[in-house]
Design a protein around this ligand. Structure first.
Ligand code: NDP
Length: 323
């Protein structure tokens, strides 16, 4: 289901105060959008890097625990990896039955990493948009896609609250898409763990084949992605559809693309097995979340980054980009 502006009423917040925890990418945008929507907003931030920008925007930031105590609707807009600890230590003591905790990502809730006091509603309002654009599109009244869900409805009125927040941050203009923390987290992780690695691996294989016939690194890499042409194609695909944007290419290109697609589409995709394993065994089972919450995960991230850099494609890219 898609909730439109007519389904979402900011007035459902009534006299409640909204607390924004964190003034980073999403926090800065959502705090300003809610304020401009006429909602009373308190911003909670450590006296740290983002304290200054919040104060400059006129929010008079308070300690996180104080905001959790004073607000009845609390938006948790700090990085996912620090949320469990901050929630347990600084939010939980101030959250009371009848309050609402609003998540912008399903990950921690989906994998059971957040402890939220009983009687507190838990909802998700998750923009599919970077914070800067959440603000710009609000100002331009353009809207942006957003997933909404109710994860725990202790009060019986969690949906109107979730939709009021969606409306207040400008996420109902294009319609807010009903989802769940599990679905949002799994889709996000699948894109990261299956689709993007497949694209990077595909580019690496394509580079090797073209390099073998002696084409230059500069030409290959600009043709493949350094020109940013794929970004243009994806933007048109979002507008007209993957096949719908084909007429923007030459007839030679269209014939070549459809001919290749017919051949590749006719055989079993060798990636399907990998995709299924990633979705079921790594993501939905919770195995990936458990692995990523281990203390040694950060060191593994750096090892994987170093290993990826050794691929010839990335070596060529560094040379071409002069970096
Ligand atoms: P940011 O990385 O921009 O968050 C920075 C904020 O978190 C700052 O206010 C910072 O304050 C605070 N912070 C960082 N560490 C801590 C800590 N240990 N204790 C207290 N405060 C801390 O986060 P995002 O805006 O990117 O993400 C917020 C949420 O939104 C996440 O759930 C994310 O998944 C979701 N989301 C993000 C999107 C994006 O495009 N970025 C898109 C959609 C959803 P300081 O350093 O000053 O202490």
């Amino acid at each position: 289901r898609i909730y439109r502006e007519t389904d979402a009423d900011i007035a459902a917040l009534g006299e409640r105060t909204v607390g924004i925890i964190g003034y980073g990418n999403q926090g800065a945008a959502q705090a300003r959008n809610l304020r401009d929507s006429g909602v009373p907003v308190l911003v909670g931030n450590r006296a740290d890097e983002y304290f200054g920008p919040a104060a400059e925007a006129g929010f008079a930031p308070l300690p996180i625990a104080e905001v959790a105590d004073r607000a009845q609707v609390v938006l948790l807009l700090i990085p996912d990896e620090v949320q469990p600890e901050v929630c347990a230590e600084q939010l939980a003591p101030g959250l009371r039955a009848g309050d609402t905790l609003v998540l912008a990502s399903g990950y921690n809730w989906a994998f059971g990493l957040l402890e939220v006091p009983a009687g507190v509603d838990v909802v998700m309002v998750a923009p599919r948009m970077i914070g800067a654009a959440v603000r710009d599109r609000f100002v331009a009244r353009q809207g942006y896609p957003c997933f909404v869900s109710v994860e725990r409805d202790a009060s019986g009125s969690a949906w109107p609250t979730a939709l009021a927040i969606a409306a207040g941050i400008g996420a109902a203009v294009q319609g807010a898409i009903e989802s769940s923390a599990r679905e949002e987290a799994a889709l996000d992780l699948f894109t990261e763990q299956a689709i993007w690695p497949a694209i990077m691996d595909l580019l690496s294989a394509a580079y090797a084949v073209q390099r073998d016939v002696g084409f230059s690194d500069e030409a290959i890499l600009h043709e493949m992605y350094l020109s940013a042409e794929p970004a243009e194609v994806f933007a048109r695909a979002a507008e007209h559809g993957l096949l719908g944007q084909l007429p923007l290419h030459s007839r030679t290109s269209q014939y070549g693309q459809l001919r290749g697609l017919a051949e590749l589409g006719a055989r079993d995709n060798p990636l399907r097995e990998y995709f299924e394993r990633v979705l079921h065994q790594d993501i939905l089972s919770g195995a990936f979340a458990a692995e990523w919450s281990q203390p040694e995960a950060m060191a593994s991230l750096e090892r994987l980054r170093a290993a990826a850099q050794r691929d010839p494609l990335h070596h060529a890219e560094r040379e071409v980009r002069g970096s």
